[in-house]
Unconditional design. Sequence first.
Length: 45
Amino acid sequence: DEFTKWSALHLEHDGWKKDLARLTTKWETLSAELEDVKQKLSAFA
């Protein structure tokens, strides 16, 4: 029925939001690490 469909969509949407938040956090961490490496490399150069 409609409610079940809507409920499933809603749960799926929540899942996407959580995945996106996780990916965003991971990306920020990787970006910070990359900056760190770049600074170390330029210190050696």
